[in-house]
Design a protein around this ligand. Sequence first.
Ligand code: P6P
Length: 340
Amino acid sequence: MTDTSMTYIQFLLDERRRLDTDRDLTTLLHSVATACKAISNTLKNGALADVLGSLESENVQGETQKKLDVIANDIFLQRCEFSGVLAAMVSEEMDHIYDIPSRFPKGRYVLLFDPLDGSSNIDVNVSVGSIFSILRLPEVPDTNSYDAVLRPGVEQVAAGYALYGPSTMLVLTTGNGVNGFTLDGNIGEFRLTHHNITIPEDAAEFSINASRAQWWEPPVQRYVEECVAGANGPRGKYFNMRWVASMVAEVHRILLRGGVFLYPIDEKNRDAGGKLRLFYEANPMAYLIEQAGGAASTGRERIMEIAPQSPHQRVPVALGSRHEIARLERYHQEYDAQSS
Ligand code: P6P
């Protein structure tokens, strides 16, 4: 019986005892949580702390960096390199793979992360998050090259996110289900509040940036139009729509009450491969959604089976309640069969 007042580190130690989890993974997951607590603390003062606004710089994605993008990235680097169990880190905010400084021991783990997802929401005080994915290499590499870390999502050993919302939460999977923890400000620790999160198989909400409708492929247009048609349409029921422009907030809502999140490939982003990044957005969220009983697809293939070609690769994303994703995949199959 899991004690829901259990702290995050107690939960990790309990999992390690019950499931013989690798000690180094426990160490790394503790370091990640510490980084998320530090970021939460930095965010909460907002404009009072002079950390809002943008920098002159752009990241590897060609996106203008927010001050907090860089601050959050530095917090992840400092808090996690110290763990002594990492071979390298890959961040949305860094062009190149981050080698662990020689003053720290190295290990077999690779941490892939988006330090502050949805940061365009920061200046208007809307929820943002941090997303992380963890791979374990066969051995400690002498030198780091991206080749060593270009592994498919099915090889993740852990993934999760921190959601900096009305409360700060950390949601985690190590391949044994999904559990949610809420930051207790009184003790400065995450405490287990959402044990064994299971996503509803059906949905009554969909999330998509509807301003891009003119560029969607027909199967996506069909799916969304049927949702909008509601009770008088083919679905025979009403759907609500949500778009927070913060993937972490969308995925969290979907994990707790069902739904689908779609960022499909479209005429405008096709050359880039889509909008969301495989390594530190799509794969970790896909792992969480699948572990909670949902599905995560590009519309045509399982996200976690994609063989990565580059560390900042973008992919189409459709994830959420299993029955909805199956329907969307069927629409893509029918469209592709008709087109060919
Ligand atoms: P758009 C944030 O930049 C992000 O990567 C996701 O968190 C979010 O779901 C999406 O992009 C928002 O995209 O096109 O609405 O700005």
